[in-house]
Design a protein around this ligand. Structure first.
Ligand SMILES: NC(=O)c1ccc[n+]([C@@H]2O[C@H](COP(=O)([O-])OP(=O)(O)OC[C@H]3O[C@@H](n4cnc5c(N)ncnc54)[C@H](OP(=O)(O)O)[C@@H]3O)[C@@H](O)[C@H]2O)c1
Length: 215
């Protein structure tokens, strides 16, 4: 059993990870600006803004694992990378492992090939900012953290998202920074992404690594 704090644990990806981790008996704490109408039994929900260092500190202190499931949208559109830098610093200070929910476009289609984010003609323009901000976290910000921080950036398949929640198959494939399904991006449901995500936390055998989950 681990003490896991999920920043943004009421959103699409975050709530699936929270439900999976709690079902496996982990001690889960969530930080979000609003409380869920119906939370997962046994989970501690804390209301606060991740842009507020004191709020972050209070939920990261004492955690063994910190999960970032924020999205670079709305008020976080411009401050997303700064907030994740703060989360990374606090996780490192507290000796916690850091696992971030990432995006598909930071992956590569093949070894040595440019990442998908270098050509966004495949993605609608309204998502370009979100895609670039998310990719910059794994391309620039996480590699710049102290070596003492153990981070894992977990990209989903291209077809992952709240618009396509899918169902539980109880399976997934795990890849590194080369997309498991490069052609068309592939798919993975929210619950199966969470299954793979919590498996990564429990196994703990990745260190400062970019991985991806897809069927
Ligand atoms: N196919 C893909 O590549 C793909 C598809 C979807 C998502 N993603 C990525 O996955 C990540 C998560 O996306 P998502 O769709 O799961 O996001 P989401 O559903 O919008 O969830 C965001 C979560 O963060 C919380 N939050 C937002 N601002 C906050 C703040 N200032 N302080 C504390 N909590 C805050 C929200 O709750 P409150 O609003 O109550 O604070 C919510 O719990 C993003 O990085 C996104 O880019 C990738």
């Amino acid at each position: 059993m681990s003490r896991i704090t999920v920043i943004g644990g009421t959103g699409y990806a975050g709530s699936a990870i929270v439900a999976e981790a709690a079902a496996r008996g982990h001690d889960v704490t969530v930080l979000s600006r609003s409380l869920p109408a119906e939370g997962v039994p046994g989970v501690t929900y804390v209301q606060g803004d991740a842009a507020d260092e004191a709020a972050l500190s209070s939920v990261i202190s004492g955690a063994e694992v910190v999960v970032g499931a924020l999205a670079p949208r709305g008020p976080l559109a411009e401050s997303f990378r700064d907030v994740y830098r703060s989360i990374a610093r606090l996780a490192d200070t507290n000796g916690a492992r850091l696992y971030l929910v990432g995006g598909f476009s930071s992956l590569r289609p093949a070894a040595g090939a440019p990442r998908f984010v270098t050509d966004l003609s495949h993605a609608p323009a309204e998502f370009h900012h979100e895609i670039r901000a998310g990719a910059a976290v794994v391309i620039e910000d996480l590699p710049a953290t102290p070596e003492s921080l153990n981070w894992v950036f977990v990209s989903p398949a291209g077809g992952f998202g709240s618009y396509a929640p899918g169902e539980r198959r109880g399976e997934y494939r795990l890849g590194g920074d080369i997309a498991v399904q490069p052609d068309g991006g592939g798919e993975i449901s929210g619950v199966d992404y969470a299954l793979g995500f919590v498996d990564l936390i429990e196994k703990g055998d990745h260190h400062r690594a970019h991985v991806n989950l897809a069927y």
